[in-house]
Each structure stands twice: as C-alpha cells, then as structure tokens.
Design a protein around this ligand. Structure first.
Ligand code: SF4
Ligand code: SF4
Ligand code: SF4
Length: 579
C-alpha cells in the first residue's frame, strides 16, 4: 500500500500501523503506553495514552498511530499544530494527577513521562483537579509500587500476564479510581509475584521501582564492618552504559577499581561461584544419569524462576537442580571457608552482591538461605543501577579509572562462568564440564560454543552427542516460555535431558536491575556479545579448569557433590501454591 506521511511517500504491507510506517521514514511519533520489544515479540498495544495521535486527511478526529492500520492512499500528518497541541494537552492532563516529584523520584532522568514533557516543551500545567493519594506498597524486598505515579499504561500488566504468565498485576476499580495493581490491593508479597522485576523494567514512570539498599551498604562500610563485595557476570557489560559507554562494553577492571574506592575490603567475582555452580550442577546431572535419577534437570540459579516453579508447579519440585544460585554459594563460602582462611569472625563480615537482578534481593531473605549459624549467606543485594549511583554519589571519575583486578582466592573465573549472564550460557557452561565428567576427555575447542542455544528466541533447543548417547537440551527465557516447557514435560510431549530457565528477556543481561533498555532489544544483544567476547578472550574456558575452584575442593569441600558441598552449596524447595 502507498501512504503519505508528512509529504513523503512510503510503501507498506497491509496491517502495518501508522507508527510502524512512520518508523520506516525515520519519522518519530512520540509514544508512552506503547512498547514493542523486538525479537521477543512483546507488544503493549493498549492505545490508552493517546500520546501518538496524528492527523489523517479526511478524518474529523485525531487517530492513535500505534493502533491505526494504514490504508491505501492515506495522507498522514504527524506534526500538525492540532496533533502537537493534543499531545501537550494529554501529557498536561497526566501531569495534573501526578506527584511531579521528579527531583526525588527513583526514575529521575530515566522517566519516559518526564522526557515527553520536556520534549513537548511543557512549562505549565493548565489543569487542576482531584488527585490520587493511594498507599505505597513497599512490603517486599524487591519492588516498590507507588500507584500515585501510575499513568495506567498497562505495560506492567501485559508483561506480567502475557509474557511472564504470572498475572500478579491487573486493573482494579473503575473510572477515576482505576489503578493497575494487585487483586484486592493485596501487598505484592501476598500475590503470585515472582519478583522478576520485569514490570518495573518496562514501567515508563516511577510507579514501579526497585527497593533501594544503597544506604544499608554505606552504613555497613562506615560502621567498620568487613564488607566484601561480589559482582555478577552481567553487571560488567552494562555498568558502562550509566557512564555513556556503548552497551556491551566490558568495564570489569574499572568496576573493580571503583568498588575498592567505595571502601569494600575485598572485591570478588561471582563468576568464581558460577564455575563452582557448574561443578556441582554437572555432578548432579551426571549422577542422575548414572543412577536413573529424574530428568530433565533444571537449572536453579534464577530466584524468580525458582519462585515461579514453587508457586505454579509445586508437583515438579523434584526436577530442578538443588544448587544454590552462584551469589548465594559465594556468600555461604565467604562466611565459612573465607572467614576461616582470613581469621575473620562471620559476625563482622557483610557480603554485598552486585546483581543485574531485583529477584535476588528477595532471594537473600529466603529462609532456606540463612546459612550456617544463622548468618545470611548474602546480607545485601544492590543492582547495577544502584552501583552506578554509589559511584556517582562519591564523584569517582569512572571512565578515567585504571583497570584493577579481583581479589583471590575467590576471584578467578573461566569463560564458562562469564557466559552465565546470557540466556543459554549456564547450560553451555554445564556441557563443557559434563562432557569431561562423562568421557574423561575435554570437549574439543571447536565444539565449545553452542550457537543454537544463544540469542533471543524464546525457546531454543539443541542436541549434543556425548559418547553413544544423544542429549537433548532446551533453553527458555521469560516465564511464559518456562511455563510452556514445563507443561510440555508434565504432559509427556517434551522429552529433554537438561533445561536452562531464566526469567528475564535474554537472561540476566536483561535483568530488571540493569540500566533501562526502554524497549531496545539491540542493547541486550550487545551485552550478550560483550560476555561471549570475554569468554573467548579467557585463557581457561571450562569451569573444571579453575585453579582456585580445584583448590577449594582440595582444601575445604572435598569432592563435588560431597556432604560438605551439599550442606553449604545446595538448597531445597518448598511448594508454595498461591492463587
Ligand atoms: S515482578 Fe514479575 S511477577 Fe511480579 S508483578 Fe512484576 S512482572 Fe509480575
Ligand atoms: S505501574 Fe507503570 S507500567 Fe504499570 S500501568 Fe502504571 S505506569 Fe504503566
Ligand atoms: S534472569 Fe537473572 S536477572 Fe532475571 S530474575 Fe533471573 S537471575 Fe535475576
């Protein structure tokens, strides 16, 4: 079809919306409720905000570009006085019932409503009326919900219901009293919420934000505690974005240097614990194979996913690996092995995890992870964004920092530990070591990269021949995809040997604690590329080659899967069915 937009002609397929047609001409139409996460096919098409209204020749009313399909011969003006004036009115009306506390809002400078108001040149709000004064839900360890900042765009609801298939958020009430929140206004802790945080990752305003632990960390540092920090793989390829670098730029050395300047006594790498996870998980997998144990084995390093299976599939809790997530393993070892080695009293030691994740904030409080002698494995979790704030607060010139290196004995990692951060990475890393455990020889370098398990497809599958057996592997990211896999397994329609599941798009690189991607999935691809390039650059790429992991087993844990390893590094799951 031929359509004309702002006097320029474009040819489009039937079904193309005006918004999509305008993009082909590089014509920007502002949007607010609309969100299209390319490649994972997530589309919020509520057309509820009407910010994208355009003038169409022959139409009396302005039409929303996101929800209006092009028609042959359509003549569209996206920048008419009437359209721009209407957008201003819409945004002013939204602001007339908004706290407008931008300077102190967690989303300051990241808020899409704020940016839109700026771009539309709004300097005054001409409307006054009733405003909302709803209670804020800050009961959970992960998420804060402030309905007063909600603009009813429903991005969160679409994410939670359609992509994650959790359904913890919905419209409540009618008319002016409509809010988007939990059924019966229950606190999020009493809903089916898994704390994946993907709702807050797509919320355009500060209505959904993470629980901020920065002050607690500063207090611990300044109270003279021995504060040890660990950083997850996905953080190093995203932190630079907060300082103007391209997504995917690895800033590992600068990040370590910054953490030392912030006052952390030791800076360790969660990748070390990722290598350890592989040793334990591969051992568990091989043991299940040898002893006719339950297959498939499911990875267990994503707490949101663990929460999901406990709530939604309580009859299938015998299939996830019993391994704790890497940062929890790290915490347990810090408060036992490391404290012994360094002559520290675990009472004086505080473990801080820097994660791409808001679910890990909740995870650190799970009863099962309160560790030996009542010490939490991990005391505080802060996100990539929170780390960036700490660095900015102290005025450190991040980009000029010289590279520094992780401390040891828990700082060494292999390429296998690095790729944990991308969807498919955990299973790929497990295969590198399971192959060795099964055959006694090394997986050839040429077979080290399982490209079929990489990328942003929702469910990826691959088959691998090891000796005389073919192993079928599946990888899912996003809880909706996880649900499809689990239902297939339960119904006997899917037969696989091992499955990796991550709750966030693209895995932890798309975690809700990462710098906001604002719907640009290319950012996730670049972060994944950053991790894969770090893996390729590593001298050692197999977890069982990690010398410090080997030493840890020799000095402290015994063998992978030993009783001591189980006591410290494994956990259990509890059925938590919830309506
Ligand atoms: S955190 Fe995840 S599960 Fe919870 S409401 Fe948000 S999207 Fe739904
Ligand atoms: S909480 Fe955020 S994402 Fe959800 S409807 Fe409100 S503004 Fe939109
Ligand atoms: S995929 Fe990673 S970032 Fe997302 S909830 Fe799971 S562990 Fe956290």
């Amino acid at each position: 079809m031929k359509v004309t937009i702002n006097d320029r002609v474009v040819h489009v397929e039937p079904g193309t919306t005006i918004l999509e047609a305008a993009k082909l001409l590089d014509v920007k139409i502002p949007t607010l409720c609309h969100l299209h996460l390319h490649d994972i096919k997530y589309l919020n098409k509520q057309a509820s905000c009407r910010v994208c209204v355009v003038d169409v020749k022959g139409q009396e009313n302005l039409l929303p570009a996101c929800a209006t399909p092009c028609k042959e011969g359509m003549v569209i003006s996206t920048d008419s006085f009437r359209a721009i004036q209407a957008r201003r009115t819409i945004v002013e009306l939204l602001l007339s019932d908004h706290p407008n506390s931008c300077l102190t809002c967690a989303m300051n400078l990241d808020c899409e409503l704020q940016r839109l108001a700026h771009d539309l040149g709004i300097r005054k709000i001409h409307y006054e009326g009733e405003t909302h004064d709803e209670p804020i839900d800050d009961n959970s360890y992960s998420i804060i919900r402030d309905p007063n900042k909600c603009i009813l765009c429903k991005r969160c609801e679409t994410m939670c219901t359609e992509i994650q298939t959790v359904g913890a958020l919905t419209d409540v009430g009618r008319g002016f009293f409509t809010t988007v929140g939990s059924a019966f206004h229950r606190p999020m802790t009493e809903t089916t919420c898994t704390f994946c945080g993907q709702c807050l990752a797509v919320c355009p305003t500060g209505a959904l934000t993470e629980v901020n632990n920065i002050k607690k960390v500063w207090r611990a540092i300044n109270a003279g505690k021995y504060v040890i920090v660990q950083t997850a793989p996905a953080v190093r390829v995203a932190l630079g974005e907060e300082f103007g670098l391209e997504p995917g730029t690895p800033v590992t050395g600068k990040m370590v240097a910054a953490l030392r300047r912030l006052g952390f006594k030791k800076v360790f790498d969660t990748d070390f614990a990722a290598d350890l996870t592989i040793m334990e998980e591969a051992t568990e997998f091989v043991n299940r194979l040898k002893h006719d144990g339950k297959l498939p084995i499911l990875t267990s390093c994503c707490p949101s996913w663990v929460n999901f299976i406990e709530q939604q599939f309580p009859d299938m809790l015998d299939i996830p690996s019993s391994c704790k997530s890497p940062h929890e393993m790290f915490g347990a070892l810090t408060k036992s092995y490391l404290c012994d080695k360094m002559g520290l009293d675990p009472e004086d030691v505080v473990v801080v995890s820097i994660m791409p994740c808001v679910a890990k904030k909740y995870e650190a409080h799970r009863d099962e992870l309160q560790g030996v002698e009542g010490h939490s494995d991990v005391d505080y979790v802060i996100t990539t964004r929170e780390l960036a704030i700490m660095i900015k607060e102290t005025g450190i010139n991040f980009l000029d920092l010289p590279d520094d290196e992780f401390d040891n004995p828990m700082g060494e990692s292999t390429g296998a530990g690095v790729i944990f951060g991308a969807s498919g990475g955990v299973i790929e890393a497990t295969l590198r070591t399971a192959y060795h455990m099964i055959t006694g020889s090394e997986l050839p370098d040429t077979l080290m990269e399982f490209h079929g398990l990489r990328g942003l497809d929702g469910i990826k599958t691959a088959s691998v021949d090891i000796e005389d057996r073919t192993f079928n592997i599946a990888v899912a990211h996003g809880l909706g995809n996880a649900r499809r896999l689990l239902e297939g397994i339960r119904d006997g329609e899917i037969e696989v040997d091992a499955i990796e599941i991550m709750a966030c798009p693209g895995g932890c690189i798309g975690g809700a604690g990462q710098p906001y991607h604002h719907g640009d999935m290319m950012i996730l691809e670049k972060r994944a590329a950053g991790l894969y390039s770090e893996d390729r650059g590593k001298e050692k790429r197999r977890s069982h080659h990690n010398v410090h992991v080997q030493k840890l087993y020799k000095e402290f844990l015994g063998t992978p899967g030993s009783k001591k390893a189980h006591d410290l590094l494994h956990t259990h799951y509890t059925p938590r069915p919830r309506l």
